[in-house]
Design a protein around this ligand. Structure first.
Ligand code: DAV
Length: 393
């Protein structure tokens, strides 16, 4: 018989020991980073065509999903993206931050799999820890993501999550969605009327990147991967200590809030001009593409500075398999108050951040962006100095 070793009890640190000194401790998007996970691109596999993707994937790539499912993404792009991720990790380490990377067999994603409810030609990747994991205080939550290709995406992160648990963190896996056909609106079409989600209310689903944390207040939206059931699960799970606010950006292709509504510090918010918030009262008007827009926010944001992100300088031909180009200027990572990692080629964004009073750490990331995000997506903060606070009372 195989001898298996189980961790002895003494290996576990009690999570009651001291909450603020817990290995996992992060309450917002801006406190000083101490430890972070940076994703890995190795093994990334083209997922198969599915209606859930139709709602967000740019149409010029639909053919790729229909004909190349289970194959790797273009090799040169993956190699260049891997280098950019390694460089990001190096820069963060240079800032005194502990960087961890997922551990997995790169062959894993290209294997087909089947459950009693569905079949998938392949998985996807371990490039975006922000989508699968969210840290709220000393708790690490694995999200119930809505895409079939992402069903097993928790696996590359499990050795890290187990380690964090053994060192005292709280660990929750949200209810695993069945992802049977009832979860999807099979005949979903783009429309210009009321928000129309490709996911039904069959069971709770959300991606971790749909929630942005500002201490006791957490902001989210309904999207093409996040349903009301998922938001309600999070609300009840986190309980009375937290307030979950649902905002509306009139984004028909909404998926993840971190390219849309990005807090930079207490009283400072980066807004995507293309997706103005319509929840609350007007707080700012601005011009974008010769039109004047009104940005609204709930009353609680009174006195906040709203910084309008510049249009990305990325060429319209740049490959983007999963997203809009807005991740180039919006999906930034705050390393500590006043210090932001910004994409190195986005000269306008770099300039504006400086004018807004931030120190900018430029990092090239154009080869990574095709895979669906930038610095915020590619990371998941594990520990930031600081404790749970309210920034709105
Ligand atoms: O186009 O803004 C952002 C996705 C970030 N995880 C977008 C998608």
């Amino acid at each position: 018989m195989l001898r298996r070793s189980f961790p002895r009890l003494s290996r576990f640190v009690s999570s009651k020991a001291s909450l603020s000194s817990c290995i996992v401790n992060s309450h917002n998007e801006w406190d000083p980073l101490e430890e972070i996970i940076v994703g890995k691109i190795e093994g990334s596999t083209i997922p198969e065509w599915h209606v859930a993707g139709k709602a967000v994937w740019p149409s010029r790539y639909w053919d790729m999903y229909k004909t190349k499912a289970g194959q790797p993404f273009p090799r040169e792009l993956m190699n260049a993206a891997a280098k950019e991720l390694d460089y990001l990790a190096q820069v963060l380490e240079g800032e005194g931050i502990t960087v961890r990377r997922p551990e997995f067999n790169p062959q894993d994603f290209s294997k087909p799999f089947e459950t009693p409810d569905f079949k998938s030609k392949s998985g996807l990747y371990a490039a975006m820890p922000r989508d699968i994991l969210i840290v709220v205080g000393n708790e690490i939550i694995e999200a119930p993501m809505a895409w079939r290709s992402r069903y097993f995406e928790f696996r590359p992160f499990r050795s890290l999550v187990k380690e964090y648990f053994q060192k005292g963190a709280k660990w929750t896996a949200a209810p695993k969605p069945q992802m049977s056909d009832e979860l999807y609106n099979e005949d979903w079409q783009h429309n210009s009327g009321e928000f129309n989600s490709v996911v039904t209310e069959f069971e709770p689903t959300f991606d971790a990147a749909e929630f942005t944390r500002m201490g006791k207040d957490i902001f989210t939206q309904r999207s093409q991967v996040t349903n009301e059931f998922g938001i309600e699960w999070m609300r009840r799970h986190l309980g009375e200590e937290y307030r979950i606010h649902v905002l509306d950006f009139q984004d028909r292709n909404a998926m993840h809030i971190d390219g849309t509504f990005v807090p930079l510090g207490p009283g400072k918010l980066l807004a995507n001009p293309y997706r103005p918030c319509v929840t609350g009262r007007p707080v700012k008007t601005y011009a974008y593409k010769d039109k004047t827009y009104e940005y609204r926010l709930p009353e609680m944001f009174k006195g906040w500075e709203i910084f309008v992100a510049p249009t990305p300088e990325l060429s319209p031909e740049h490959p983007l398999f999963f997203t809009s180009p807005w991740t180039a200027t919006c999906n930034v990572l705050v390393v500590r108050p006043g210090v932001v990692v910004v994409e190195a080629h986005e000269t306008k964004a770099r300039q504006l951040f400086k004018e807004w009073g931030f120190d900018v750490i430029p990092v090239p990331f154009r080869n990574f962006m095709p895979f669906g995000g930038s610095f915020h997506c590619a990371t998941c903060d594990i520990r930031r100095t600081g404790s749970l606070q309210s920034y709105f009372d």
